[in-house]
Design a protein around this ligand. Structure first.
Ligand code: SUG
Length: 446
């Protein structure tokens, strides 16, 4: 039986903007208030999905969320018609208004943590949406994310959906951005790596001092319990607090794994030696490639700027691995020469492909942020909502849909325009019909 790793990319929503909402995320802060280009952003994302599908990869798409989030604004005391709610919020609480307009659900690496059926006690694929408690704008996502995931993976014979963890910083959970799975084959039992930034219940343990650690150890443990993972197949690793303080707000900004490869920066983890020992011991005898990038070759600062580790490592149908990198890596002399050497080093990684996802990168989201990995058996893949799987027809429908509905450019001031709310809702209504997701959005449920 064949097994696949399917990348489910987030479709960029119509309100894509730069509001400087993510303290600790260097790109988000440095591009705050710049005008954004939602149409270009969505088309860049679709081009990456189409290219991976053309390489013979299985590729899916996850719908964006409804923004502006009028329901949250009402919960926070703004009243009147939808247009009045929007205008009052923009005037009286501009930061809250901007947070409720973010298209941040595009980074589906933060949508959920997923454990494939080969790893779980009941032999089904488990999903837990991330609660994203550390950032207000992102904490608005998990409810609808859960519905979108259920609309995509709806057969309970194969798929189990958990509720997101309690909405509290003690259980701060950022989903697959801090989770990597190593395995021999996607369908075989793997070792799941849960990377966290701090211990919530023990303040004496090391933690970053400048920027927040978004993920806790306790959240990782809760996910492993919910998913029915065996302790023999799980490794908990603390991120190096110093790299969080240099802008590594998620582990996928400093390391990435695929099958028998772990690609990481030498400063990524708090205690690298014991982490790698435990991984090796739990992985068993077969070859495991730990590809370490030294600070001399690429500094942490350069890694954060170029997103060398926010690359996707994919296994092509011919068995070779390829790195899907942002063009920022190509533009850096240090990183591009490292990548040129990497493909000659004798590791399974043999190719590099560069993609322009600059609209997303300007908010700190690289190729790997834009996708949620779901390892599936052939039968499980058959059970996925087929309308969400990329092919020529879906690509052309979605590019047409973006061109029809999205604005070319948005300023932060445009986010108070009630016409944008109407455009956003009518486009999403049409999208749920294209993807046959059902009524997942609040405006469709009243
Ligand atoms: O959570 N940026 C996102 C980027 C998420 C990247 N994901 C992964 N590394 N997997 C974040 O910080 C910025 C929004 C703004 O500033 O407008 C933002 O939310």
């Amino acid at each position: 039986m064949k097994n696949f790793e399917v990348n489910f990319d987030g479709l960029v929503g119509p309100t894509h903007n730069y509001a400087g909402l993510s303290f600790g995320n260097v790109a988000s802060f440095s591009n705050a208030s710049a005008n954004s280009h939602p149409k270009q952003a969505a088309l860049q994302g679709l081009a990456k999905m189409k290219a991976l599908s053309d390489m013979g990869m299985k590729q899916g798409v996850l719908a964006p969320q409804e923004r502006p989030d009028i329901y949250t604004l009402r919960r926070l005391g703004f009243s009147g018609s939808d247009a009045e709610v929007l205008e009052k919020a923009a005037q009286k609480a501009p930061e809250v208004h901007l947070a409720c307009c973010s298209a941040s659900s595009m980074w589906t690496a933060n949508a959920a943590t997923v454990s494939p059926s080969a790893d779980t006690a009941d032999g089904r694929v488990h999903f837990t949406p991330a609660n994203l408690t550390n950032k207000f704008h992102r904490s608005l996502e998990p409810e609808v994310t859960g519905r979108i995931l259920q609309g995509t993976f709806h057969d309970s014979k194969y798929f189990v959906h958990h509720k997101h963890l309690p909405d509290n910083e003690h259980f701060g959970d950022e989903g697959a951005a801090n989770h990597t799975r190593l395995c021999k084959d996607y369908g075989q039992e793997g070792v799941e790596l849960f990377v966290f930034g701090r211990y919530a219940f023990d303040a004496s343990k090391p933690a970053p001092t400048k920027y927040p650690a978004r993920q806790t150890y306790e959240a990782c443990q809760a996910i492993a319990r919910l998913h029915g993972l065996s302790d023999d197949n799980v490794v908990y690793i603390q991120q190096n607090p110093n790299v969080i303080d240099q802008g590594v707000f998620h582990n996928d900004v400093i390391s990435v794994g695929n099958q028998n490869v772990l690609f990481y920066h030498e400063q990524a983890f708090a205690d690298t030696v014991s982490a790698l020992d435990e991984i090796q011991q739990k992985f068993g005898d077969s070859p495991l490639h730990f590809i370490k990038v030294s600070t001399d070759a690429v500094s942490v600062q350069e890694a954060v700027k170029t997103y060398l580790f926010n690359t996707q490592i994919i296994t092509l149908p011919n068995g070779e691995m390829a790195i899907i990198a942002p063009t920022e890596c190509q533009e850096s002399t240090a990183v591009s020469s490292y990548l040129n050497e990497l493909v000659e080093m004798g590791t399974p990684i043999k190719q590099v492909h560069y993609f322009d996802v600059k609209q997303s990168m300007k908010n700190g989201g690289g190729p790997a942020c834009l996708r949620l990995r779901v390892a599936l058996t052939e039968q499980e893949l058959q059970a996925v909502n087929p309308n969400t799987l990329m092919n020529d027809a879906l690509y052309s429908k979605l590019t047409h849909w973006v061109n029809k509905h999205y604005r070319d450019e948005l300023s932060l001031d445009d986010l108070r325009d009630p016409a944008l709310l109407a455009e956003s809702r009518s486009s999403l209504d049409e999208l749920t019909q294209i993807l046959k997701l059902g009524s997942v959005y609040p405006f469709q449920r009243v």
